[in-house]
Design a protein around this ligand. Structure first.
Ligand code: ADP
Ligand code: MG
Length: 289
């Protein structure tokens, strides 16, 4: 456990005993996805989830990548894993009970397991194979948010996430080939929207690993903003060594070093995402009315 004194003060202001949410409701569901590896998906999922907990939300982070980086990055030991995201897909595990408490008050993780690497093949022949996650997550749960950390591929696992969630956050690394493969990703999201999940949207595109000393970063950021316009979050995540060190301590950077530029950027991102959330919710209510 992290000593209480090392937790940033915001967490200590959380109401006592408020772990999982006291009231059950269908949570808001977000996926963090990009079929490229190493663009900052897991770093974003972990730190965004932590920042949401800092403002009092209860969050379940689902590690849907067989590599399990979100699980280890949050200090979950393999030996401590009882239920995994595999059990959610195939064993009807209950997400309300399967979430493991982390060192972050309010943050629960559903770890990945080695079985998940075979899940793609098992899904091919499974009944209602695209709807597995949707059916278990779209029910009243003790979480305000469920965040899914997707694998670096547009496979059936990622497809399950797209069918389940309300919205997708797309991290893009500020490097030369940032936009490559992106039309494939946006077309996949469009197809899922047409076929399985009519309310699916891109929540936002997030520029990651931005290096101020490098002109290429600025050029890529300009290109991405020209291409995606307002969809790109104003917050940009800088390249920051604290973000890459934190997982080896099993801690989110926001707790490992809250004053670091990387942690600061993710706190700012959470604020921007919550403001965008209000707009999304208002638009959805209008649609229903
Ligand atoms: N903004 C950043 N600055 C420095 N290193 C980063 C940053 N974001 C991620 N990293 C590091 O880059 C690697 C890939 O990031 P990760 O979040 O695991 O990407 P993905 O989940 O898309 O594969 C990891 O080692 C991570 O610690
Ligand atoms: Mg990852």
């Amino acid at each position: 456990m992290v000593k209480k004194s090392t937790l940033p003060k915001v967490f200590l202001r959380r109401p006592k005993n408020k772990g999982k949410s006291a009231t059950l409701k269908i949570p808001r569901l977000l996926a963090v996805a990009n079929q490229k590896g190493g663009v900052g998906k897991t770093t974003t999922a972990i730190n965004l989830a932590t920042a949401l907990c800092a403002v009092g939300k209860s969050v379940l982070l689902i590690d849907l990548d067989p590599q399990g980086n979100a699980s280890t990055g949050l200090g979950v030991r393999r030996s401590a894993i009882r239920k995994s995201s595999y059990d959610l897909l195939f064993e009807n595990a209950n997400p309300a009970e399967a979430g493991v408490a982390t060192k972050v008050p309010g943050l629960y993780v559903l770890p990945s397991s080695i079985h998940l690497s075979g899940a793609e093949i098992e899904l091919v022949t499974a009944e209602r194979r695209e709807f597995r996650l949707r059916e278990t997550l779209r029910q009243p749960l003790p979480y305000d948010y469920v965040i899914i950390d997707c694998p670096p591929s547009l496979n059936l696992l990622t497809l399950n996430a797209f069918v389940a969630v309300d919205s997708v956050i797309v991290p893009l690394q500020c490097e030369f080939y940032a936009l490559e493969g992106l039309s494939h990703l946006t077309k996949t999201i469009e197809r899922v929207k047409r076929t399985y999940n009519p309310n699916l949207s891109i929540h936002g595109v997030l520029l990651t690993m931005y290096d101020r000393r490098n002109n290429l970063s600025a050029m890529v950021a300009d290109d991405v903003r020209k291409y995606f316009g307002e969809t790109v979050y104003k917050t940009v995540i800088p390249r920051n060594v604290r973000l890459s060190e934190a997982p080896s301590f099993g801690l989110p950077a926001i707790i490992y070093d809250m004053k670091s530029p990387g942690a600061h950027a993710y706190i700012q991102l959470a604020g921007e995402i919550l403001r965008r959330e209000k707009k999304f919710m208002a638009a959805n209510t209008q649609q229903v009315a």
